[in-house]
Ligand binder design. Structure first.
Ligand code: HEM
Length: 179
């Protein structure tokens, strides 16, 4: 085991799943972000999509599209290059965590986004996903989360209700890989 926290077979599992989505990366990246916002709407407010003032909705917002490409490429480089080279993995992760300083992004948020991505992969890849993917994927996200700050402990009583998902998934753009 190296600093990625993954075994050789878990790395192969992640590589294979990544190989299935990388050809339509921009579509999947945007879909993943839209699914995050659908399931956890409060995350929309973390982002600034005002670069595209003409957009009628998040789905056709080019600023969101652009930012989703940065996010998915950074995530992909952890798998594609980092799993082969743990030192590079560490450097990439250092840069990712630095990009999130002062954005109030905590380890718990990384685990949340990880579950959304896993859910998305299960939806688009269906039976192409290996049984070992969920465990390998969660381990990767545990490693990423371990480099982010822990959430501050609440000092006030949390609101009794919060705006979260209705459980229904949004319309997502389909690719050739869709089942
Ligand atoms: C695997 C996990 C993640 C990866 C690889 C990732 C990657 C990135 C990258 C590459 C950027 C662009 C940085 C820049 O060019 O300045 C970014 C920005 C950002 N990320 Fe993440 N991110 C991750 C998790 C999260 C989580 C959990 C949140 C919480 C909601 C988050 C919120 C943001 C925000 C708010 C920005 C700034 C967008 C803006 O400029 O308005 N990220 N992320």
């Amino acid at each position: 085991m190296d600093s990625t926290g993954l075994s050789a077979s878990e790395k192969i599992t992640l590589f294979s799943a990544w190989g299935l989505i990388r050809k339509d990366l921009e579509v999947h990246g945007r879909n993943m972000l839209l699914l995050l916002f659908h399931k956890h709407p409060h995350y929309v407010s973390y982002f600034d999509f005002t670069d595209d003032p003409a957009a009628q909705s998040l789905v056709d917002n080019k600023s969101l599209f652009n930012q989703s490409i940065h996010v998915i490429k950074a995530f992909g480089s952890l798998i594609e290059y980092g799993l082969k080279d743990p030192d590079l993995f560490n450097e990439t992760l250092k840069k990712i965590t630095r990009n999130h300083q002062h954005r109030n992004v905590y380890s718990s948020d990384v685990l949340t986004i990880g579950e959304v991505l896993l859910d998305y992969l299960a939806q688009v890849l269906g039976r192409q996903v290996s049984d070992s993917l969920p465990d390998a994927f969660r381990k990767l996200f545990a490693t990423i989360a371990s480099r982010f700050p822990v959430p501050p402990s609440p000092t006030t009583t949390p609101p009794s209700s919060s705006v979260e998902s209705d459980g229904n998934d949004p319309e997502i753009e389909k690719t050739d890989d869709s089942q």
